[in-house]
Design a protein. Structure first.
Length: 361
């Protein structure tokens, strides 16, 4: 049976989860800065637990299922949406993927929401970030957990996942066990560090929108905290008017996003919360209380103690791709059928302009 690993690359931490015949054998989290400062050391730790059948690697905004060793420079720019020299974003992540590709590990890069054929084309219009590859993975975990908890076939699961990450907030809609819609961290609700979707006039007033701008202006900034170092735990006890506004804006924005996506799911059976902020009780309770008026709302539990939900879901997908017990999950999510690029549905700007921004010919 497959021995696989799933990797979740986050702004705060990079998590790994390993499954051997469905049993956890690796469950670890590294600070992102630490992991990216020495990719060879990070990779050596993974190689040490081999041999492995498959690794679902860090994939950014995603690609159609691709072996990391076969990914071109164009593929990587489209996956991480950054031109050479771009200083914003999670610096060093592309270098880590390059090092993984050059290693002996069997690493694949997986799709984001926008690549999936199960999402109707009209919902993709003028959208790039409908949910990164790790959000697809977290959703995979939510589908499996719901099916097991309620004794339903995977193909009968309908829910909305709300991912409350250390930087971004995103949401993904599932109907009939398939992802049918999503709103990503740069196009959706306010995040802890990130502003989320920008008012078009704000983008105009900014004059330009560099990558770094996508990672700031979130709830931490509203509260008056240092965006790069503030802990989400500070939301547990807001003590100033600014902190109260920040918490209220964060909660309401997440609730609105979840309810908006529920329109794409006929009678969602539940809302599911995941991510770092979901475990801050003041945040999780407030969101559960408001969403609970519309459908049962719970916290995604997962099966590992340390690795984030995205890493656990990535391990499930890797297991299914390698022929393990999660084959049906991979088939329902249409991971192998993912197609296209994140630039395929743009109308507000020409596709060629977007490619030039990434310095692609």
């Amino acid at each position: 049976m497959p021995r696989v690993i799933g990797i979740d690359p986050g702004t705060v931490s990079i998590d790994v989860c390993g499954l051997d015949n469905g049993r956890v054998f690796l469950d670890h989290s590294w600070a992102t800065r630490e992991a990216l400062a020495d990719p060879r050391r990070f990779i050596a730790r993974l190689e040490a637990v081999g041999p492995l059948d498959l690794v679902a690697g860090p994939s950014g905004y995603g690609l159609p299922l691709t072996w990391a060793r076969d990914a071109s420079e164009e593929d990587l720019r489209l996956a991480f949406l950054a031109a050479p020299g771009e200083t914003g974003g999670v610096g060093g992540l592309r270098a880590l993927v390059g090092a993984l590709a050059a290693s002996t590990l069997p690493v694949v890069l997986t799709p984001g929401v926008v690549h999936l054929p199960t999402v109707p084309a009209p919902r993709k219009v003028n959208r790039v970030d409908m949910g990164t590859a790790d959000k697809v993975c977290a959703t995979a975990l939510a589908i499996v957990e719901h099916a097991r908890q309620f004794g339903r076939p995977l193909g009968e699961v309908s829910l909305v996942l709300v991912e409350l990450g250390g930087a971004f907030t995103a949401a993904v809609a599932v109907a009939g066990g398939r992802i049918v819609d999503g709103v990503g961290g740069t196009s959706g609700p306010i995040g802890f560090r990130a502003a989320g979707a920008l008012d078009g006039e704000v983008a105009y007033l900014a004059g330009e929108v560099p990558k770094a701008m996508l990672f700031r202006g979130g709830a931490a900034a509203v509260a008056g905290w240092d965006e790069t170092s503030a802990s989400p735990d500070r939301f547990a006890d807001p003590s100033t008017p600014s902190e109260e506004i920040a918490l209220a804006a964060y909660v309401e924005s997440a609730v609105k996003a979840a309810l908006a996506l529920a329109a794409s799911v006929p009678s969602p059976q539940e809302f599911v919360l995941s991510g770092r902020l979901a475990h801050v009780e003041a945040v999780g309770h407030a969101i559960r209380q408001r969403l609970g008026l519309f459908a049962p709302t719970r916290l995604l539990q997962g099966f590992a103690r340390t690795a984030k939900e995205g890493a656990q879901g990535a391990a499930l997908i890797a297991d299914g791709l390698a022929g393990g017990s999660n084959r049906e999950l991979v088939e329902l999510l249409a991971i192998r059928e993912a197609r296209g690029t994140v630039l395929d549905h743009l109308y507000v700007i020409p596709r060629e302009q977007a490619r030039r921004r990434l310095e692609l010919s």
